[in-house]
Design a protein around this ligand. Sequence first.
Ligand SMILES: O=C(O)CCC(=O)C(=O)O
Ligand SMILES: [Fe+2]
Length: 334
Amino acid sequence: MFLRPPLDTLNTANSYFSENFPSINVAKLRSKEGLVVRNNELQKLANGLEEFGMVLVSDHGIPCSLLSDVKEVIKGFFGMSFEEKKKYVGTYGYVDNMGYGRNFVTKSYDKPLDWIDRLTMKVSPKESTVGLNVWPQKPPHFREVIENYAEEARKLSDDILRALAEALSQEENAFVKYFDTKTREINVRINYYPPCPKPKSTMGLSPHSDGSTLTLLMQFDTSGSLQVMHKHKNIWLSVPWPNDALLVNAGDLLEIMSNGKVQSSWHRAVTQVELERFSLALFFNPPLSMEIEPIKSDGSSDYEYKNVVVGDYLQHYYTVSLTVPKVAVKFAMV
Ligand SMILES: O=C(O)CCC(=O)C(=O)O
Ligand SMILES: [Fe+2]
């Protein structure tokens, strides 16, 4: 059920890219002093997202104590028995891809399953009728801790979108203007990859691009599982991700908003023998009813995109097969 043809191996150029993988220092990006230093970070952000569709983020200002609390409640949840997990996750009607343990299973009868256990919930909007009631009631502070983290992460994500707009010579609010405080969409997904006896024959998370604008990822326990397809070289690279850094990932909606200046990453997670790994993904999106418009910029881009309504795009994203690289975003191309 989990077996698939042997995985394509990583390219040997990996060590070169490891050393050159983009990483930005958020404190420097936020600082109003030291113009040269700040411009350098802006450039690294734009170039990193352009080449890899992701950048590592250090000095992000989210307190270590909060990150520790996040890890603790996640471990508390996944440490429970299967029956307890099912019991303590709230009920949900038919909400695709929300709740505990769901992973597009209904759409993948003919596809091998991923070696993963997942829990997905909605953080915003608070008025939403779907996804809010799936928050587990145990461990006791689970929701409070993850929501606190999401709030800090939201500020970080907004600052990164402002910085990116600036780096692309746009008005600072070119991207954040779509993110209304009350109606914006924030979803959180926690991925647990158990140790796997046959890592070469399975996949932790199948290749995909995120349907989001930005995804902010944290990981813990092990690194070395996330891989990204290099845009120009067409090879899989291991993301050299230190455990104390966060990772910003560009989703399809950012590709559309930026008119292809930034392209969403095509990424996957592999499994490891004897090692378990957790990741937490926060997906940031404008309200579903919002129409987004690609920026106009001078300088050439090989692609051109049209206006799309966020909800229409996501509906499309969830219906297309994600087995063909970057097929979903063609929906928004001219
Ligand atoms: O586990 C990871 O590092 C990646 C998770 C991911 O890509 C996702 O949840 O969309
Ligand atoms: Fe992803």
